[in-house]
Design a binder for this molecule. Structure first.
Ligand code: PLP
Length: 361
């Protein structure tokens, strides 16, 4: 079955097989990884291996800490402002292009001064702004945006423009590891794992080290980035299974796929296949995102009516194309085609869509 779920999402089959083979007894360890202390050498090596894979995929310098945290991407909505603006009079600025940005700004407002400098809600979050559409203050505590809005299926092709004095903060939950990026542009970039990077339960936070020192002293320990950086992501017990699996996914990306540029090429090919069918049948399929803002990860579109929509989902499922129903807030169809979706899956979906439109259009 090809699984088009938005997350938790499909995992690379070879990684699942390896996990299965090693689950009962990790080779050389005499026990399951789940039974081993996180302080022992075996897990410490696994955690460092996962960190090194991510560092080498992106060429991340030692100016950045790479953290493995819990609490999902959602905890970052609070941790970022709590570390950078709680207890001071600085202002953080937000660009809101979809549901996750909206949720993030809602949480951030509980922590301090927040300014929304662009909000695409008037057009039902169907696009991202051009640099001339917003103004970033030179003294902003940070500029926040979400690179790929998973629900609406809109994606920034490039990071927003941001003065060098302002740390750029990015929720890349649904597109980290899907394409190359220059990490040096970012103050913080983070992603929950359950889309492109592994199972739910771990969130990767890449943070420039100078930002570790801004937290107020009375911030709860878990919320304080510096504790995790100083403690090598072991300030408390990390999610050992999820880190183990994430490390394997990162290695799969390097060894089997050939790195982020190669992954991006495949992802673009998959997205093109599906968008081409939407464009060729534009009297039947209506894409949600404006064409220049279309996500390469989540393809969102609607059908002429609810009856056809229901039939599309049902008939697709009967052909082993699963989890295509869109998020309740947008409706329609959402096909998530993350890293682990093989090209054949996108081909099968495109062919089903063509066939469905010609029979019902
Ligand atoms: N941000 C984005 C872009 C997401 O897609 C999601 C989840 O789908 C989240 C944040 C929230 O992630 P979590 O459920 O891990 O907190």
């Amino acid at each position: 079955v090809y699984n088009f779920s938005a997350g938790p999402a499909a995992m690379p089959v070879s990684v699942l097989k390896e996990l299965q083979e090693e689950l009962l007894c990790l080779p050389g360890a005499g026990a399951s990884l789940m039974e081993l202390s996180h302080r022992g050498q075996v897990f410490t090596d696994i955690l460092h291996g996962a960190e090194n894979s991510i560092r080498s995929l992106y060429g991340i310098s030692d100016d950045y800490a790479v953290l493995f945290l819990q609490g999902g991407a959602a905890l970052q909505f609070s941790m970022i402002p709590a570390n950078l603006i709680r207890g001071n009079d600085k202002t953080a600025q937000y660009i809101v292009t979809g549901s996750w940005g909206k949720k993030a700004i809602g949480e951030a407002k509980k922590e301090g001064n927040i300014e929304s400098i662009y909000d695409a809600k008037e057009s039902n979050f169907d696009h991202v702004p051009s640099p001339g559409d917003y103004k970033v203050r030179d003294d902003a505590a940070y500029l926040y945006y979400c690179s790929n809005e998973t629900i609406q299926g809109v994606q920034f092709a490039q990071a927003p423009s941001c003065p060098t004095s302002v740390p750029l903060v990015c929720d890349a939950s649904s597109d980290l590891l899907s394409r190359p990026l220059d990490i040096n542009k970012y103050g913080i970039i983070y992603a929950c794992a359950q889309k492109n990077a592994g199972p739910a339960g771990v969130t990767v936070v890449i943070i420039r080290r100078d930002l570790l020192d801004h937290a107020p002293a009375n911030l709860p320990g878990y919320m304080t980035y510096k504790n995790h950086a100083d403690g090598d992501s072991m300030w408390n017990t990390p999610p050992t299974f999820a880190v183990w699996a994430l490390g394997k996914v990162a290695r799969w990306l390097t060894d089997d796929i050939g790195g982020l540029a190669a992954m991006q090429a495949v992802n673009e090919q998959k997205a093109k296949l599906v968008y081409e069918v939407i464009d060729a049948n534009s009297n039947f399929y209506k894409g949600h995102a404006k064409p220049d803002c279309r996500s390469k990860m989540n393809v969102t579109f609607n059908l002429p009516n609810d009856e056809l929509l229901g039939r599309f989902v049902k008939e697709a499922a009967s052909q082993d194309l699963a989890s295509l129903k869109g998020h309740r807030s947008v409706g329609g169809i959402r096909a998530s085609i993350y890293n682990a979706m093989p090209l054949e899956g996108a081909e099968a979906l495109a062919s089903f869509m063509k066939d469905f439109a010609s029979k019902n259009g």
